[in-house]
Design a binder for this molecule. Structure first.
Ligand SMILES: [Zn+2]
Length: 121
């Protein structure tokens, strides 16, 4: 996953390292594994709303350090969660594009029909 320079800067701070540690201390078990009925040690801290998708630096900082935006995960779940997010994102974009194409086609044909109806006497 491509990380932008703000992300790299924000993740390399003492503030983040301390926050990350406190999250892992508070949630020693992978939260996703727990939901799925497995007990696995959490190793990584996941940002639920992706930091690098925020527009402004202030927004990135807010997402990076917001405890409510963090989730303790094991490595496998972290990778899985990112894969799913990526796929869902692409699927959503694809669906939106398909819908737009559909609307354009519908509009085109509707207008087409009207024009066809015109010259018929
Ligand atoms: Zn897990």
């Amino acid at each position: 996953m491509a990380k932008d320079k703000d992300y790299i800067q924000l993740i390399n701070t003492t503030r983040w390292k301390q926050l990350r540690k406190s999250i892992l201390d508070a949630y020693p078990l992978c939260q996703r594994c727990q939901q799925e009925g497995r007990l696995t040690a959490a190793q990584e801290v996941h940002h639920i709303r992706p930091v690098e998708e925020a527009i402004t630096y202030a927004d990135k900082m807010q997402r990076m350090y917001d405890a409510h935006n963090l989730q303790a995960l094991c490595h496998d779940c972290h990778v899985k969660t990112h894969t799913e997010q990526g796929r869902c994102g692409r699927e959503a974009t694809k669906k939106r594009n398909e819908k737009q194409v559909e609307q354009v086609i519908k509009k085109f044909f509707d207008e087409g029909e009207d024009e066809d109806r015109g010259p018929v006497f």
